[in-house]
Design a protein around this ligand. Structure first.
Ligand SMILES: CC(C)(COP(=O)(O)OP(=O)(O)OC[C@H]1O[C@@H](n2cnc3c(N)ncnc32)[C@H](O)[C@@H]1OP(=O)(O)O)[C@@H](O)C(=O)NCCC(=O)NCCS
Length: 125
């Protein structure tokens, strides 16, 4: 099994909070799946930080794909939680097709967030 791509991204938590504040459900539903939006139930800034980390994961996935990223919808790149709380990447439609075109079968993801910034790293195998 070989590594086919690596991507990383860092996001300002405040920028995502402002987008949610300004565009609400229109923004959320265009980018995040219902299960991802559950992080909004977290208290205070933890909600925006969790959302920002998921945004970073989508951008990291796009970076990892490189030239294969054209036409990938953010909503098709979903972050779900494993049994231990670890993030797992579940790909749909355009994202699954792009990874398959690269010859890949799985996207590994890791998230981290602090008060002001969130970051994600994605490896394609
Ligand atoms: C997992 C752990 C390293 C997170 O570190 P942290 O500095 O508190 O948090 P960070 O901001 O760096 O990272 C948070 C992200 O780590 C991820 N994470 C959570 N648990 C994880 C795990 N077991 N493995 C990998 N990633 C994990 C999540 O994606 C989380 O973001 P989210 O809650 O928005 O999805 C820390 O909680 C830990 O060491 N836990 C011990 C393992 C544990 O508790 N296991 C549960 C057994 S029931």
């Amino acid at each position: 099994m070989s590594v086919l791509g690596l991507g990383t991204d860092i996001v300002c938590v405040e920028r995502i909070a402002a987008l949610v504040e300004r565009h609400g459900a229109r923004f959320l539903d265009r980018v995040f799946r219902p299960q991802e939006q559950r992080v909004l139930q977290r208290v205070g800034r933890a909600a925006s930080a969790g959302l920002a980390a998921r945004w970073a994961a989508k951008e990291a996935f796009i970076k990892a794909l490189g030239p294969h990223a054209a036409a990938v919808s953010y909503r098709d790149v979903e972050v779900v939680r494993g049994e231990a709380g670890q993030p797992l990447m579940r790909l749909h439609g355009t994202a699954a097709a792009a990874l398959a075109a690269l010859g890949g079968s799985q996207a590994l993801v890791s998230l981290s967030h602090e008060r002001d910034h969130a970051t994600a790293t994605v490896i394609l195998i």
